[in-house]
Design a protein around this ligand. Structure first.
Ligand SMILES: [Zn+2]
Length: 256
């Protein structure tokens, strides 16, 4: 699609793009003071990802495959970039020695929780704009066969399932939510259902509409999900980090 140094606009991507997406793209570009860069990166594990170039904070959207690029995906990823520009931080995770063996698993849980919180900001907006932001996840969830516990350690398995259900709660799709809860209950994962509900209630109560509130709610949700594990702490908040010179972004350290 595009060589690495080429900037395309949503209309040049040659996807069916209406003014709603072009308007959001323009807004993101104003916030960053830069054009959005669209890249094809076949190695990534999700369909698309919003990232910042590590050297100069160029707002970038990566796609896994050219035939998976559609307007809903572009709008979704542009919104992730908009939240970054508005000061919702990039979190750096650090791990205590007790948690080091769980690092990979905890990173996945963190990513699920964080993405779910961001989606709760803009899925309602997408629905108002005529998109169906949960079309794909709903079809996966309603056809889901949840595996039995097998050999997985109870705590690990439980917080993965709980994090996934938390994400379904936050996505606001009632058909998917009912199907997800039913699938987990059918397989005996009632503990995960309870934990997800608790985390959801905590996050709704604390609110997450501002960066600082989002950070507190994120830490609270992680603590609910980790249950008896060492607690998550928001250790420090670094505003306008020097290394990110062309555009100042907040970063936060999350200690697990
Ligand atoms: Zn997303």
């Amino acid at each position: 699609m595009t060589p690495h140094d080429e900037y395309l606009s949503v209309t040049e991507l040659q996807i069916p793009s209406t003014s709603r997406t072009a308007t959001l793209e323009a807004e993101v570009e104003t916030l960053f003071g830069k054009k959005v860069l669209y890249l094809l990166r076949p190695g990534i594990h999700e369909r698309a990802a919003a990232v910042l170039d590590r050297k100069d904070d160029t707002p970038t959207i990566e796609f896994r495959a050219e035939d998976e690029i559609e307007e809903s995906t572009v709008f979704h990823e542009l919104y992730h970039l908009k939240l970054l520009a508005e000061g919702f931080p990039i979190y750096n995770l650090s791990f205590s020695s007790a948690m080091t063996p769980y690092e990979g698993s905890l990173r996945q849980v963190y990513e699920t929780i964080r993405a779910a919180m961001q989606h709760a900001h803009f899925f309602p907006i997408m629905r108002n704009q005529g998109f169906d932001p949960t079309a794909k996840s709903r079809s996966v969830i309603t056809g889901m066969k949840v595996p039995q516990r097998g050999n997985r350690a109870r705590d690990r398995g439980d917080f993965h399932n709980a994090a996934d259900l938390f994400a379904t709660h936050m996505a606001g799709d009632q058909i998917a939510l009912a199907a997800h809860i039913e699938a987990l209950r059918r397989c005996g994962w009632t503990f995960s259902v309870e934990k997800a509900n608790q985390a959801y209630e905590v996050v709704r109560r604390l609110g997450f509409d501002q960066p600082r509130r989002e950070a507190d709610a994120l830490v609270a949700a992680l603590n609910v999900l980790f249950e008896d594990q060492p607690r998550a702490i928001l250790q420090r908040w670094v505003a306008n980090r020097q290394k990110r010179s062309t555009y100042s972004l907040n970063e936060a350290e999350l200690m697990l």
